[in-house]
Unconditional design. Sequence first.
Length: 506
Amino acid sequence: MAKKLSRLVRNILPFVIATSWAGSATAESVLRMGMSSLPIYFANPMRTGATPTIYFTPAIFDGLTRIDRDGNLLPWLAVSWEAKDTKTWTLRLRDDVTFSNGTPMTAEAVAFAVNYMASDESLVESLRREIPVFEGAVAIDDLTVEITTADPDPLLMRSLSILPVVEPSEWTRLGREGFSKEPTGTGPFRIVSWGPTEARMEAVPTSWRAPQVDRLEVLAIPEKSARIQALQSNQIDLAIEFGPEDGVTMENAGLKVEHWIAAENAGLSFILTRNPGSPLQDVRVREALNLAVNRKIITDVLLEGATVPANQPVPRAAYGYNPDLPPIAYDPDRARALLKEAGYESGFSIVTYVVGGIGVGESALQVVANDFADVGVTLELRLVPIQQFLRHLGRGTWPEEIDAFSMNWPVWPSLDSLRALRLHSCLRREPWYCDKTITPLIQEAMVEWDADTAVSIRQNIMAWYRDQYPAVYMFEAAQFAGMRPNVSGFSMTNNIISFEKLSIAP
């Protein structure tokens, strides 16, 4: 009886609070956030866990766990878990969580999300290739769910940080496309309206992580300079996706700046799954291009010491980072010798895509272009809108003349080094780099249950990727956010913003 009464209270509470809000004379607080792009597929959280979607969806949805900046696994919608065997996990859920429509979040909802990702219907979702393969899930009781994976996965609970829990009846009623425009989650906000460049949300005061502001507006402002101008002119209150040079500009304008090292390495990735006659197909050429870059100048001068050079695909915080790999030397003489040995003494040209707010950034790539020129290689930079870039990235429809693109190697949110290889390997549906000789080792690492062995395999994979140089490894990515002086509570960890902590003073 008590349990039924608790459910009843949870169901009617949203409407009671909403009524009391409606009668309040207090002025609403509105926080306006600028980012480079809204998600291409609106608020379908199953679509992908990549940027820019991951910047947006935590306002509406929750995963089952979270991971802090030190790599610690934290409870979220799940409060405890236990491995029944190498493929089966039992999770206990929070008992105080409701969806934004007032429906209690139960084990049935978690099972619904897992079973969708295990079904053929989800083959269209990129998220399916960013998380483990599920066999399915079953609700044991209202707050206990059992999840089964297709293969052993000792790090499953870390991956579940980006599995969103959607309201099952709304997903079923609206369908995948309809739900993306009228989403229902357990987060602090719900969508009110969509526009071509703006999403408007209102607070969900009954959310288990209730927000500090009444309304949230997210605006797509592709150009970084335009986002800074919007902050200066009070058109927005908070903006993300900046580099160190932007931080200086914002501080000089009297704005607040937050910065941190992200769980990803910035790099210039080569497209190697076509054009067999390209100079980039030769590993000596790829090594030469890595040796040609003066990373220390970039990190210490251009990036003002905000980060450190990279010497492998993943950052130091990653599970499986190889500490025994030496720095990549700056050695233009050796680079010229390798190019001569490979038959490219006279040099060649590379055309690369650059997107504001993603990857290395135009300023750093201008330095790279100068370093390449010093060894006889021409690097042509082509700025491309983020939406166009993401379409090429997802579909593999790179224009014939494009040889490379600025792209990070992310390990967020799990901090597992293999997370980066779900993008930069044959595991991707439309890969730009695919060497099948390393794929079995990657797959072995994914299912290895012994912790010491799992780390060792990952470190061997990092050494292999280091020797093959499928990208110019640049630096551990530094992220910056700018905000007006009256904004507080901003926090982004593993690209997940804690929207419930944001507040704005009058």
